[in-house]
Structures are given as C-alpha cells and as structure tokens.
Design a binder for this molecule. Sequence first.
Ligand code: FMN
Length: 289
Amino acid sequence: MALQNPIMPASGTFGFGEEVAAFAGMDLSRLGAMVGKTATLEPRDGNPQPRICECEGGMVNSIGLEGKGIDYILEYNVPFMASFGVPIIFNISGFSLNDFALLAQKANSVKAISAIEGNISCPNVEGGKIPFGSTAKAASEVTTVICEVTDLPVIIKLTPNVEPKSMIGEIASAVEEAGADAISMINTVKRQNIGGIPFCGLSGPPIKPIALELIKIVLEQISIPVIGMGGISCLEDVLEFLQLGCSAVAIGTANFSNPLIMMEIINGLEKYCQDNQIYDLTQLRGIVE
Ligand SMILES: Cc1cc2nc3c(=O)[nH]c(=O)nc-3n(C[C@H](O)[C@H](O)[C@H](O)COP(=O)(O)O)c2cc1C
C-alpha cells in the first residue's frame, strides 16, 4: 500500500471525516490515509455519559464503540471518505471471531477500501470477556479469521493493556505469523475513575512514552511495518516515531485540541524533509538505537 505521506488520523478521533472536512484550511486529500471510527456488526449506542473528559495533559474516553453499524457505514460514510482519493483504512471490531470474519468479509467487498484494521481491544465474549488483544492466542486467532476472508492488506491494532509489558512482543509476533501485513499501536491505556468515568482509556501526550516503549519492543520482534500512535501532537513527535522505526503514524487526541494538526504536520514534515535533504523516509526510519 503506497501512501503519499505517513500521516493519518487515529480511528475514532476523526469520525469519518465529515465534520472535520468543514474546517477552513482542512484538505483531506492531503492525508496519507483516511481511517474511520471502528465499525461493528450491529448499530450500538455505546456507553452512558459521561464518556469523554479532558484530563491533565490528555483525555480519557469510554465511548463503548458507539456507531451505526457496518452496513450503514459502508453505504453512507465510505463513499464520502472515498471522495478524497486517498487510501481508506477500514477499522473493524467484533465481540467474537465470527463477528470479525463477517465484518472483514463485508469490508472486503467494497472497492473503495484499501486495507482493514482490526481493533482487537474489545472483549471476546466467547473467551471470558478478555480482550482479544491481551493474549497471543486470541490475537492470532482473530488475525487468522480476518486474513482468511480478505485479499486486502490486514493491519492489526494492538492494545497496550497487556501484562507483563514484554508480552506485547509475543502478541505482535503471533499476529505477524497469522498473516497480518502490518501492526498499528497503541490503543488507549486503561485507567479508572477519571472525570466521573469508572473505566476509561487514556490518550494524548501522557501515553507517548508508553507507546514508544512498547513499539520498540515490537519492532525488535517483527518485520512487518508498524503504524505508530499514542500522544503524537507535533512534528517532533512524528519524527520520534519514524526514527524509532515506524513506517507511518496516526494522530488521535491532538485532533480534538487542534483540528488542523494533521495539515500542519504534513506541511512541517514536507519542509523538514526539504531542509534536510530527505528524499525517502527510509533515511529517517529506524535511525535511533
Ligand atoms: C475519543 C476516542 C475514541 C476512540 N475510538 C477508537 C475506535 O473507535 N477504534 C479504535 O481502534 N481506536 C479508538 N481510539 C483510540 C485511538 O485511535 C488511538 O489509538 C489512541 O487514542 C492513541 O492515540 P492518541 O494518543 O494520539 O489519541 C479512540 C480514542 C479516542 C480518544
């Protein structure tokens, strides 16, 4: 999959682009890729309010995969995303292996979709409600079922909420072995009782060190590309993730405080490359020990 630049939105922080497209100065055709909010099989109301809250340095959320369901998204949101002419990474999540298979099958039949991103942070209802992404076995199984039903590139999105931390390497290796074409990471970091939300996920600058640490472990164990995310809010952060070895990056929470951040970073990266005689991002990638 070729991207015009390595900058894309992180799933769930950008809707399907409809609202942000209206901002003056926003040109979605300049993104490296479009990434929509997670699609589930059925429409979901999500969790009760409050479910989003600004906290020191970042934000917490507990959206609970609200959405109109995959059929609606494919019919109404994907054509809008496709109108910008950049690759669409279609994010899916299920509560069983069968959900993932059906979701991937549906996405596979839509021409405008360039890749499938499996969000494996949600609980496996057939597996003791433990998130798919927290064991190598479940992560591998879900990767296998997605890969079986699609010819599209498959990206598996890892959760940082694994114990011990080093387990993330095993999970990533299992996902690679099961056929994934890339890994994206990290999803939000589990927290409790912030802003009146009993169980929530932390995102934004406070999780950047966690993202970098876990991505480093993963990069040492796999050879497929990693799309890095977690707290990226400026060009310097992007360079840090690329220099660590990421192939592309996603920007999430920063979109809420500055909806034009991705445009600014794309401009900044272009200028940085021109000023530093960087003609190919491989010159930057993985240069940090
Ligand atoms: C409000 C909100 C909603 C999110 N929804 C999703 C989602 O639907 N699917 C998903 O895979 N990740 C979702 N995420 C996680 C982000 O895509 C991203 O992995 C995480 O926030 C870390 O990046 P950041 O620190 O740049 O926000 C969501 C994050 C936030 C803040």
